[in-house]
Design a protein around this ligand. Structure first.
Ligand code: ATP
Length: 573
């Protein structure tokens, strides 16, 4: 397929916000792509080159793109900048300056390879090489091609869909309906490489993806916790429940494979958002190698910093300092991590996710040699609320945020919130003390006192996973310090958008003065959740106030509409 053809589909996608229409356009695109180019087509349409766990960054910012355009079209940088300011988008700027006479015959695969080469350039002189390669590529593309090549590189595609919509479109491609979505999604959850799945599916339908299994080196979507109202509810659901402390560190999925040598055995760690973090955690890597007595294993864990002097766990804000690319060794010495392993998903070449938790736990106990660097999460099995509250209160006395209750008979709930795991936190005792994590969609300039900051309130929304969009839940104008207002405005301005993105479902009366990318995650507390005729989530927060910004997790972790509705029900009980 020609890159131009792909771009024409992308253009159509950019003109609609209707999910059914997006799915149908994608289904046609995937039908037209051959099985040799569907991997590339899928990722390019998502505005990337690879799955998250193998992400490669272009490291080309706006300023550099201005230079690239100037070189490609031999136009002074100041003229490019002027147009960019006017249009607010470098893709559109490239479209405008590119030569109308270029007859673009470049194939999708060729453009993909060239983009990949640009992204892979690193080391001395790499900036110059990137400028050169990208300007050459742009010269060979026609208007629409130039527009989308720039958008992909700058990460500004904003077509308003994610892997979930791609999965649905694959079903439509094959069956003209969404009946295969569930089966494809099941594979995606254990092997989140949507390009690879699309290729296998395109070649042989469901039969083609039948043999996609859990593999070391490829992260699995993590299980999440549900909430309930009372201890009684936990016992009612689980009958017998294994209670573990809820450690306030960072989730780590650790992979070990002593048969995959390159030349050392494979050890990799991933975050809950499928980002690889192996290089950040050399102490975890060595703990896994030394203490896990298995040929291969995938472990679900929480890593938490320890004060080297006292041996006590450090607060979350300190642990999170370990998530860095530079000064790794020094920080590892200052804040050593302890790995608390609480589940096993794969052991000696076999998936374990369908086993009941009690069986998975037995495997864990047989293969982990505990040390000061790695332990198995201690658990206490309870079958009545008195005993439960005893364990819970001990957790609180120890300064932990709560407990996670685990159903001994349940399999691992890959990539979703199930009642197999129920969290019960200090605050979650029927009050509205728990926080929500909505995303900032934009801000209002503000008047009076606040006018001096240029921001008076901001709009937050929750993620609708089913519809792949954001719905509003509150306009927030209080609870921020002056410094936080200034910081929030600065952050929003850095990622501001010229118009409301299609996937922000916002009533007219709440339209922001400045819209921004959904990249700022907040932690919000409120007095209540009420049914709302205005907010598009259907419910709204009463007296919402900012607790903090959540820079440690990605917007994929934002509170969802479904969770928000559950909270409403929970708190109304
Ligand atoms: P929260 O903000 O309450 O941590 P969340 O929405 O980020 O919630 P959940 O899936 O609801 O995530 O809560 C489980 C999180 O708690 C896991 O992602 C994990 O990082 C952490 N955790 C700490 N201790 C445990 C444990 N023993 N078992 C499972 N998860 C644990």
């Amino acid at each position: 397929m020609l890159f131009k053809t792909l771009c024409e589909y992308l253009e159509k996608l950019s003109l609609t916000s209707k999910r059914l229409e997006i799915t149908s356009i994608l289904a046609k695109l995937f039908k037209e792509a051959s099985s040799c180019e569907i991997y590339e087509t899928v990722f390019l349409s998502l505005g990337t080159l690879n799955p998250q766990y193998k992400a490669i960054k272009f490291n080309i910012a706006d300023k550099m793109m201005v230079r690239i355009l100037s070189k490609a079209y031999t136009i002074p940088e100041r003229d490019i900048l002027k147009k960019y300011k006017e249009l607010g988008d470098l893709g559109k700027t490239a479209e405008l300056f590119s030569e109308s006479f270029v007859k673009q015959e470049t194939e999708v695969l060729e453009v993909y390879q060239k983009l990949k080469r640009i992204a892979m350039e690193e080391g001395a002189g790499s900036q110059e090489r990137k400028v050169h390669l990208m300007s050459m590529l742009l010269k060979s593309l026609d208007r629409i091609g130039a527009k989308y090549a720039c958008k992909i590189i700058l990460g500004t595609m904003r077509l308003g869909f994610s892997e979930i919509t791609v999965i649905e479109a694959l079903s439509w491609m094959e069956k003209d309906d969404k009946t295969l979505k569930k089966q494809i999604e099941e594979k995606y959850r254990i092997y989140p490489n949507i390009g690879f799945i699309a290729k296998e599916f395109k070649e042989n339908g469901l039969f083609g993806i039948k043999d996609i299994h859990i593999e070391t080196g490829v992260p699995i979507l993590s299980a999440r916790c549900q909430r309930v109202d009372t201890a009684k509810d936990i016992i009612k659901r689980h009958k017998t429940s294994a209670i573990e402390y809820k450690y306030d560190g960072t989730r780590v999925q650790a992979h070990l494979d002593r048969n995959k040598l390159s030349p050392a055995p494979l050890v990799k760690t991933f975050t809950r958002n499928l980002e690889e973090t192996t290089n950040m955690f050399p102490d975890i890597v060595s703990a896994i190698l030394d203490s896990v007595k298995a040929q291969s294993a995938i472990l679900d864990c929480e890593a938490i910093g320890v004060d080297p002097k006292t041996g006590e766990f450090v607060p979350f804000q300190i642990t999170i300092k370990r998530k860095r690319k530079h000064n790794v060794k020094k920080t590892a010495k200052e804040i050593p991590l302890k790995l608390i392993v609480f589940d096993i998903l794969f052991y000696n070449r076999k998936s374990q996710i369908h086993l009941p938790f009690v069986e998975r736990r037995k495997i864990l106990e047989s293969i982990i040699k505990e040390s000061d660097k790695i332990i198995i999460a201690p658990e206490i099995v309870v079958d009545n609320t008195n005993k439960f509250m005893e364990v819970f209160n001990t957790a609180i006395e120890k300064g932990l945020e709560g407990i996670v209750a685990k159903d001994l008979t349940a399999s691992y709930t890959v990539g979703s919130r199930g009642y197999a795991w129920i969290k019960f936190k200090r605050e979650e005792k029927g009050t509205l003390e728990d926080t929500l994590e909505p995303v900032v969609l934009g801000y209002y300039r503000g008047a009076g006192q606040r006018a001096k900051f240029g921001i008076g309130a901001f709009l937050v929304g929750v993620l609708d996973e089913k519809e792949d969009n954001f719905k509003t839940i509150a306009k927030i104008g209080t609870g921020l310090t002056d410094e936080q207002w200034v910081r929030l405005k600065r952050r929003c301005d850095k990622i501001k958008l010229l118009e409301k993105p299609k996937n922000y479902i916002v009533p007219k009366e709440l339209f922001c003065d400045i819209w921004c990318e959904p990249n700022i995650l907040t932690s919000i507390r409120a007095d209540d959740i009420t049914i709302s005729p205005i907010h598009t989530a259907g419910y709204a927060l009463r007296f919402p106030r900012l607790v903090d910004f959540r820079d440690d997790i990605s917007t994929k972790d934002a509170t969802t509409v479904q969770e928000f509705k559950n909270l409403y029900k929970l708190w109304k009980k």
